[in-house]
Design a binder for this molecule. Structure first.
Ligand code: AMP
Length: 415
């Protein structure tokens, strides 16, 4: 079943969205991208003459009620975005009456699902090493089923539009789908778009295919780097992981971020790329700073020759050209992770050069997918989000999908 050909008229739709939006200390939303992302799905349900029971998590309350993570804080913003008064159910397990009272065109927002440990389905307060852990896990799985059953009872059709959590088998993202027939569960519009974008990267590759992996550490990206090695023509590794590679090759990296226990891994990646004929592109020079600060003194130096007390915080001019030249000629591009500490205005040049080259390649017909929290923040900071082919809302979910894993949230509705 697809959302496009389902008529919600007279139906009560239970919709999992990702409203895990960032809030400031006064509870004001600082970036409403995720709310806007769910609007096409919610508007279709309401304008068809259906009603919507909207459910989401926010933050990590770890199975306990915590006002700091209450979705009540965003009720007004959601009402405004949907242009209708959205009701709020302060306990997601006691919302049956409110859900039943919904009329066509009306919406109800449930309180944060993660106020209950059943949502994530992990036993709380017991160590994995504890002999009683397995029994506790089993018990929690049973409780998760009951929790899901209650959620399912609020609606007669289930829509999953929360790509950000699609890699988790949580109650609201996957287990709940078991209580709906195949013709009464589907992906929302945002999920459909995300899945299509990943398919384009994995199945419909136009070459050359260039992946740009940045960010702070190689250890958190190793799964995807290894997987991409079988697919890409060019693999640009940048950001903090540059210095692990530089040190592995015998360089001096000063105070730069460096994973000393991953030096062999870096050498292995280089050998693997060579064996597979992948053009591995590593930074050659960097902008080094004498402190981890926007106002630090800087100098350009080789990534293998960083003076004591200095640290590489951005790609240098030679590297920027190398990256840009590689990206410009590409026809498929995946970008995850910045090339430097882009949060500091004085260290954005590397990420900016990548963003500009991705935009240029896109103008020349490339398909470009930007995903993973920080690279999205990066293109947003540069105002270039509209000039790449697709900006994913998923971090971990996107990477797992590109690693080729089947996402539980997608599998649960597609069978
Ligand atoms: P990740 O969450 O692994 O994608 O890493 C993103 C973070 O990596 C951003 O906050 C960047 O500031 C940081 N980063 C990128 N380059 C460097 C660098 N050379 N040194 C320290 N942090 C970096």
């Amino acid at each position: 079943m697809t959302i496009d050909n389902f008529d919600f008229n007279g139906h009560k739709a239970l919709v999992r969205v990702d409203f895990n939006v960032p809030l400031d200390e006064n509870g004001n939303i600082t970036d409403d991208t995720r709310i806007r992302g769910a609007l096409p799905t919610l508007k279709k349900i309401l304008s068809d003459g259906g009603s919507a029971i909207i459910m989401s998590h926010m933050g990590k309350p770890k199975g306990k009620v915590n006002a700091k993570f209450s979705l009540g804080q965003i009720k007004d913003a959601v009402s405004k975005a949907l242009d209708t008064n959205v009701e709020f159910a302060p306990d997601c397990m006691a919302a049956a009456d409110m859900a039943a009272a919904l009329k066509p065109g009306q919406a109800l927002l449930l309180e944060n699902l993660r106020f209950y440990p059943e949502e994530e389905g992990k036993p709380v307060g017991i160590d994995k090493e504890d002999p009683a852990y397995e029994a506790a896990k089993k018990e929690m799985k049973e409780r998760q089923k009951e929790f899901s059953k209650t959620l399912a009872s609020y609606g007669d059709v289930y829509v999953n539009d929360a790509f950000g959590t699609a890699h988790r088998r949580h109650a609201s993202t996957a287990v709940v789908a078991d209580y709906f027939g195949n013709d009464h569960k589907m992906l929302g519009f945002l999920m459909e778009k995300e899945v299509k974008a990943v398919d384009q990267i994995l199945k419909d590759i136009r070459r050359p295919f260039t992946a740009i992996m940045g960010g702070s550490k190689v250890s958190t990206k190793i799964g995807i780097i290894e997987n991409l090695m079988d697919k890409v023509d060019n693999l640009i590794l940048c950001g903090g992981m540059t210095y692990t590679f530089a040190k592995a090759m015998g360089g001096n990296v000063g105070n730069s971020i460096c994973e000393n226990d991953k030096l062999q891994l870096a050498l292995d990646i280089m050998a693997k790329a060579k064996a597979k004929g992948v053009n591995l592109v590593l930074g050659t020079d960097c902008v080094a700073a004498d402190a981890f600060s926007n106002d630090a003194n800087t100098q350009v130096c080789s990534v293998k020759d960083i003076p004591e007390g200095w640290e590489g915080l951005d790609a240098g001019p030679e590297t920027r050209k190398l990256f840009s030249d590689t990206i410009r000629g590409s026809k498929t591009i995946l970008w995850n992770g910045p090339a430097g500490v882009f949060e500091f205005d004085n260290f954005t040049a590397g990420s900016r050069a990548i963003a500009d080259a991705v935009v240029e390649a896109t103008k020349n017909g490339a398909f470009s997918l930007v995903g993973g929290g920080d690279s999205v923040a990066c293109v947003n900071k540069f105002g270039l989000a509209d000039e790449v082919s697709y900006v994913s809302t998923g971090g971990g979910a996107l990477l797992e999908a590109i690693e080729g894993k089947i996402l539980p949230g997608v599998a649960a509705v597609q069978g």
